[in-house]
Each structure stands twice: as structure tokens, then as C-alpha cells.
Design a protein around this ligand. Structure first.
Ligand SMILES: [Zn+2]
Length: 197
């Protein structure tokens, strides 16, 4: 016996989520059948509301109104611009409470092996934003992966004529971990980036 079509369709949607296979998707779908109708309505309304989330035309951070939380916010430091690869990285950095500058989401990655290069328009947008603002430092906070490293080096090259400081996140020993459990690459970066103490 086949599953009712509406359940099949829900399973199909859940399977699109990262890390969710057929079994988990089925479990979620059957779980939803136990929800009260008002809970299902609220859930479906909330999903629809996601369409209202947009990217700020200037910094590309997520916005749910015309006003961006960061751009032109007088409490933020306009002299530092943190470049991240996805809008969700903003929330990770904001949770630290250690950064008060602005952001720019550069969702383009460079991968010479796959012949992938950033869109020149995006590089131009970033350059214009720096030129038209009070940016004195660009902090590259891209992923510590081959592609993230390649993109950071590429951006450094693309921005070097702008007479601004270019920095990147330090790599080091995770807090609370023993040296014996740290991978070679992280430990090498921690040794290279050691600081006076
Ligand atoms: Zn913005």
C-alpha cells in the first residue's frame, strides 16, 4: 500500500533538508499527523512568512523589514567590515558580543580546481561599499577550508590598492581542548599565529 500523496509530498520536502534521509523524513511527516490543526496552521503560516526574509541590498545580511539592523546603525563601528560567506555566520559572530563593526556577505567562493571564480560584480559591490563608507579595516572571516583560504587570498589581492588594513580571523587551539586531540593543521596554524604572553 502506498502512502497518501500529501504525506509523500511532505516527506519529499523534509528530505531536502541537510542531514535528513528517508527514514528521518518519514518520522517527521508521521509526527506532524499528531499535531493539532491550529499547530499545523501556525507552522505552515510560519513557513510562508520565510518569503518575507530578504537580503539587505547593501551588506547582504538578512532583513525582515526595509531597515537593516547593521547598516547606518549609529551603535556599530563603521571602520571595520567583516566579510563572511553566509548570512548565518553573522549570528555566530554576534553571539560572541566581541564584534561591533559592520558585515558584508560575500557568498562567492573561489575554487581553481573546479574552475570557479567569484562574480566580478560582487567584487565591485564590495569595493564600492568600502570606498563609499568609513571602512579602515576589512576582516576576512571566511571558512577555514581550502576554498575559504583561496577566497581570502583572492579578496586580499582584489582589495590591496584601497589602502585599508586587511586582517583575518586567527586560527588556534579550541578552548577546553587538550593538545593531543588537536589535528595537525590546526596546531600548525596555532604555532604560526602564536602571540606574546
Ligand atoms: Zn545592511
Amino acid at each position: 500500500m502506498k502512502l497518501p500523496v500529501d504525506i509523500q509530498k511532505i516527506i519529499h520536502h523534509f528530505k531536502k533538508l541537510p542531514g535528513i534521509g528517508s527514514k528521518s523524513a518519514e518520522r517527521f511527516a508521521f509526527h506532524l499527523l499528531q499535531w493539532k490543526s491550529n499547530e499545523l496552521s501556525q507552522f505552515s503560516d510560519q513557513l510562508k512568512n520565510l518569503q518575507n526574509i530578504k537580503n539587505c541590498p547593501s551588506c547582504r545580511c538578512l532583513i525582515d523589514s526595509d531597515k537593516c539592523f547593521f547598516c547606518k546603525n549609529p551603535t556599530r563601528d563603521p571602520s571595520v567590515l567583516c566579510v563572511i560567506s553566509t548570512p548565518k555566520d553573522v549570528f555566530a559572530i554576534e553571539q560572541t558580543n566581541s564584534y561591533k563593526g559592520l558585515y558584508y556577505v560575500f557568498a562567492q567562493t573561489l575554487s581553481p580546481i573546479e574552475d570557479k571564480y567569484p562574480d566580478p560584480n560582487e567584487i565591485n559591490n564590495l569595493r564600492q561599499l568600502i570606498l563609499n563608507s568609513k571602512t579602515k579595516e576589512v576582516l576576512l572571516a571566511l571558512d577555514a577550508t581550502l576554498s575559504g583560504d583561496a577566497t581570502s587570498l583572492f579578496l586580499k589581492e582584489q582589495l590591496k590598492d584601497l589602502e585599508i588594513k586587511i586582517s583575518r580571523l586567527a586560527f588556534g587551539v579550541p578552548i577546553g581542548s587538550s593538545l593531543e586531540f588537536i589535528d595537525e593543521g590546526t596546531l600548525t596554524q596555532a604555532l604560526i599565529g602564536r602571540q606574546s604572553f
